[in-house]
Design a protein. Structure first.
Ligand code: BT5
Length: 257
C-alpha cells in the first residue's frame, strides 16, 4: 500500500520552526504527507507561542503536512492519533532497548506523551480553516532523544529524554522511521472510515493518565482545580468541581494527587 506520511521527506540543518516551513509548502499547494524535519530549530514553538527547545542535532523535530477530509471540529483527532503513534513508537524503542524496568508510556491531556510520568514529546497542530472547511493541518512533533534534561533546569522537574531513560544514545534515524511508520498507520485509521475519529478518541482516552486524578489546570483565563473526570467528543476535558462540571478546551495540567 502506498504510504501517505513520509513519501516526501526533507531534512534541514537549521530552520526557524519546521511548522513554518511546512506551512509555506502547504500554501504553495504541496501534497499531503510531506515531512519537514530539522536538526535545529531557532524558534521552535509550543502552544500559545511558548518555546520548544532542544540542543542541535540531538532530537526529533518534524512537521507533517496533512489535508484530511475532516471537519474543523474533528481536528483534535490529529493530535490524538499523533499521540498514539508516538506512544507506540516509544514502546517499540523500549522493546528494542531493554532496561531493568519497562518504562511506562502514557498520554497527558491535551497534547503530551510521557515516559515514566515525565514529558518526553509534545505535539502542536496548526490548521488553516476556510469557510468552515479544514484546508490543511500542520502536525508538529518534538521528541527529546539524546541529551540530558538536567541542562535545562527549568524543564528537568517535569520533562525527560530517551537517553535519560534508557541510559544510552538512541539511533535517531531508526526512531524517526518508526515514528513515520506509526503515524502513517494511525493517520490511515483516522481518515479512512466514518468511525475513524471516534475510534481514535476512544483509544486515546483509554491511555490518558490524566483521568481520575485531582488536577490543577492553568487556562488562558485562570486556574481551575478539580477531578479530571472524562473527555468529551471534542477532546475537551471535563473537570468535576464541588458543585459543577466544567469543560476545558485547552490548558496545562498538573496532577495534584
Ligand atoms: C508542546 O507545546 O508541547 C508542543 C511542542 C511541539 C514541538 C514541535 S518540534 C517540531 C514542530 N516545530 C515547532 O516549532 N514545534 C513543533 P506546549 O504543550 O505548549 O508545551 C510547551 C512548554 O513545554 C514550554 O513552555 C516549556 O515549558 C516546555 N518545553 C519546552 N521545550 C521542551 C522539551 N524539549 N521537552 C519538554 N518540555 C519542553
Amino acid at each position: 500500500m502506498r504510504r501517505t506520511i513520509g513519501q516526501t521527506f526533507h531534512n534541514y540543518n537549521q530552520v526557524t520552526s519546521t511548522n513554518d516551513l511546512a506551512r509555506e509548502k502547504a500554501e504553495l499547494g504541496e501534497e499531503e504527507g510531506l515531512v519537514i524535519s530539522a536538526d535545529e530549530q531557532t524558534a521552535g514553538r509550543g502552544r500559545l507561542g511558548r518555546s520548544w527547545i532542544a540542543p542541535p542535532g540531538t532530537s526529533i523535530q518534524l512537521s507533517v503536512l496533512l489535508r484530511p477530509r475532516l471537519s474543523p471540529r474533528s481536528a483534535h483527532g490529529i493530535t490524538q492519533m499523533a499521540a498514539l503513534a508516538i506512544a507506540n513508537t516509544l514502546r517499540e524503542i523500549a522493546e528494542a532497548n531493554p532496561i531493568n524496568i519497562f518504562p511506562v508510556v502514557s498520554l497527558k491531556w491535551p497534547n503530551d506523551v510521557l515516559l515514566n510520568g515525565m514529558k518526553c514529546a509534545g505535539i502542536l497542530v496548526e490548521t488553516r480553516v476556510e469557510n468552515e472547511t479544514l484546508v490543511f493541518a500542520i502536525l508538529g512533533i518534538g521528541i527529546n532523544v539524546n541529551f540530558a534534561m538536567r541542562i535545562y533546569p527549568e524543564l528537568s522537574g517535569f520533562a525527560t529524554t530517551l537517553s535519560d531513560v534508557f541510559g544510552k544514545q538512541i539511533d535517531r534515524s531508526a526512531l524517526r522511521n518508526s515514528l513515520l511508520d506509526n503515524l502513517d498507520a494511525y493517520y490511515r485509521r483516522l481518515v479512512n472510515s466514518e468511525s475513524g475519529p471516534s475510534d481514535i478518541l476512544k483509544e486515546w482516552r483509554a491511555e490518558l493518565g490524566t483521568l481520575g486524578q485531582t488536577v490543577r489546570v492553568l487556562t488562558q483565563t485562570g486556574i481551575e482545580v478539580g477531578i479530571a473526570e472524562d473527555v468529551d467528543i471534542d477532546g475537551a476535558l471535563l473537570l468535576r468541581q464541588a458543585d459543577k462540571m466544567i469543560t476545558l478546551y485547552s490548558g496545562d495540567v498538573t496532577i495534584l494527587s
